[in-house]
Design a protein around this ligand. Structure first.
Ligand code: 0O2
Length: 248
């Protein structure tokens, strides 16, 4: 956009502020969802004694990418239309150790009252023809600001480390060959996706066996002790039995 005239500059400035407010909502949405994930992660660690999430990455789509995607998909450039049609402006990628954890995390998020699931795509049960596997959710969450409440879409991709490794390599290859990937490489990628899937299945089985062993050990652990944030607390026997009786 050419913005030489004072009037143009004034208008451009107004649009810039509007766009900044628009983007801010996505930043807040990411912060909210990241906090939710953090809480789930910590709670899971306490209850199951392991961390189901290896890492979490979040990003806001750049204005340039939003512009390109809007243009490519032929959508209107009003902010209302962009909000409605480009649903991955706020994106979060969660890498888990095991496939079962992907579904646990997804369910825990979906059960939260302020989250509305708009769309769910399971590329794990139904991998893409190129071998891509991942669970995709588009959720909507409310953001409370000083003068208004906004509902914001967030794209959440949940996958294992192996799926993530594959997807980032495939993404690099795709861009290196400018979307014209040679057939031989495509076949190799497909093979690698199958190997990654087999690895995920093997790791899941080992994990299940390990859990069984852990359950047996836990039955023998000191029942009158709990640890919160590395601090140990003594549980009086009468307190334990009192709560237990009320539970029925
Ligand atoms: P970027 O740069 O990662 O954001 P959409 O285009 O989002 O409106 P689509 O394509 O039906 O609709 O959504 P889908 O299938 O849920 O894919 C969304 C995102 O998943 C993509 O975003 C990629 O990040 C990732 N993804 C999907 N398919 C593949 C794949 O075959 N390989 C890899 N490496 N990633 C994939 P964008 O917008 O395409 O790109």
């Amino acid at each position: 956009m050419k913005v030489n005239l004072p009037e143009d500059r004034k208008q451009a400035k107004e649009v810039k502020i509007e766009l900044m407010r628009f983007m801010m909502a996505y930043k807040f949405a990411l912060e909210e969802v990241n906090t939710k994930i953090n809480i789930l992660q910590q709670e899971f660690q306490y209850i199951h004694d392991y961390n189901p999430i290896e890492h979490v990455k979040s990003r806001i789509k750049s204005p340039e990418s939003i512009f390109k995607k809007t243009k490519k998909k032929g959508h209107d450039f009003s902010l209302v239309a962009i909000r409605e049609n480009i649903r991955d402006i706020a994106g979060i990628r969660i890498s888990c150790s095991f496939i079962s954890d992907i579904y646990k995390i997804s369910e825990m998020l979906q059960n939260q009252k302020d989250i509305t699931v708009i769309e769910s795509k399971d590329y794990i049960k139904n991998a893409k023809p190129n071998g891509y596997r991942s669970l995709h959710l588009i959720i909507e969450i409310p953001i409370f600001m000083s003068d208004r409440e906004e509902r914001v879409y967030v794209e959440i991709q949940i996958r294992t480390i192996a799926m993530d490794f594959w997807a980032s390599l495939e993404h690099k290859i795709y861009y290196k060959y400018k979307k014209e990937v040679p057939k031989r490489l495509k076949n190799e990628l497909k093979d690698a996706a199958t190997s990654a899937m087999e690895l995920d299945k093997k790791m899941e089985n080992i994990h299940l066996e390990m859990n069984q062993l852990k359950e047996n050990v836990e039955l023998e652990e000191d029942i009158q002790e709990i640890t919160i944030d590395k601090e140990r607390f003594f549980l009086p026997y009468d307190f334990l039995t009192g709560v237990s009786e009320k539970k029925g």
